[in-house]
Design a protein around this ligand. Structure first.
Ligand code: FE2
Ligand code: FE2
Length: 313
């Protein structure tokens, strides 16, 4: 099924409309409307939720841009502090008009788990490869929003992301092909427009634009992000997707794939002499943390991720 209105001069106005209809999780409504709570605690709770909920994060950026259009915001925390309690009131207004979204199948839950996983893995990679000078917080925020276009897709077709998930893609290139076949446009192209409309920080927009670029084509320096940040998010994305879509039958096979993956994928990280142990560590630790953080979304237990079966020798 294609999406003719998501083309040409119709694209931007269509995405503006779709951005107003991003899914609203029940946990967002209950967190925002908590009665009798101290304002500082309330903002802390919202920030903790925004760390794992991309739709809430992008709305906070939109609000900051609306009230402080000339300020270049660099993090969701800064954006929320800037707007303060006014943000809470406006977020409640927006969210209360939406029908709460309840993911009711594994594909939908997997999509949210993916956002959380990439955010966590990107932050961990930034710490493991500290020589690259990428701030873990920036990597986490860019990781959380890297697939913003998939959320726009979600609302556009009622059956998304299930329809996309059922295509059985195994890597980013196949995912983009599946989306173009189903929607007529990829999530990278949609995410790029959506992030610009939302006034997301420039380094996040760069990561959205390039997270599926071939390693050699990732720009060294963009307006805001350096190639290292973009590549860390791209690697985190591939670690999450690669393991999810292609669970190895045994550890030797997994080790072989991981080595090949790191050899072929990395440009900037290569200079840090990546070790297989590093990939294992990020994979296993990020999985564990994803399981914990996912619970904050209030969607119940995290989806069964096949690669949880991989055990270290
Ligand atoms: Fe993506
Ligand atoms: Fe992704």
């Amino acid at each position: 099924m294609s999406s003719p209105e998501l083309r040409g001069s119709n694209l931007r106005p269509a995405v503006v409309r779709l951005m107003e209809e991003l899914p609203v999780l029940p946990i967002c409504i209950s967190t925002l409307t908590r009665p009798d709570v101290d304002i500082d605690d309330h903002i802390d709770d919202i920030l903790a939720l925004a760390k794992v909920e991309p739709c809430l994060t992008i709305r906070i950026f939109q609000l900051a841009a609306k009230h402080f259009p000339s300020r270049a915001v660099t993090s969701v925390q800064q954006a929320l502090m800037l707007v303060g309690s006014r943000a809470i009131d406006e977020l409640i207004e927006v969210q209360s008009m939406a029908r709460p979204f309840h993911p009711d199948n594994d594909e939908e839950r997997c999509m949210w788990a993916h956002f959380v996983h990439v955010s966590i893995a990107a932050g961990m990679l930034a710490k493991v490869y500290g020589q690259l000078g990428v701030k873990p917080e920036a990597a986490e925020e860019a990781g959380l929003l890297h697939d913003l276009g998939r959320l726009v897709h979600y609302k556009h077709l009622a059956k998304s992301p299930s329809e996309i998930e059922m295509q059985g893609y195994r890597d980013p290139a196949e995912l983009l092909q599946a989306e173009e076949a189903v929607f007529g446009i990829s999530h990278v192209a949609l995410g790029s427009v959506a992030a610009e409309i939302a006034h997301a920080p420039a380094y996040i927009r760069d990561c959205i634009d390039h997270h599926h670029s071939k390693a050699a084509n990732i720009p060294r320096k963009t307006s805001a992000a350096n190639g290292s940040l973009i590549e860390l998010v791209a690697i985190a994305d591939e670690i999450a997707m690669y393991c999810h879509r292609r669970p190895a039958d045994d550890e030797d096979e997994f080790a072989k794939r991981s080595r090949r993956f790191m050899e072929t994928r990395s440009v900037y990280v290569k200079k840090c002499r990546p070790k297989l142990e590093d990939v294992y560590e990020v994979l296993l630790s990020s999985l564990k943390q994803t399981q914990t953080e996912y619970l904050r979304l209030g969607m119940g237990p995290p989806p069964q991720l096949e690669y949880m079966d991989i055990q270290r020798r």
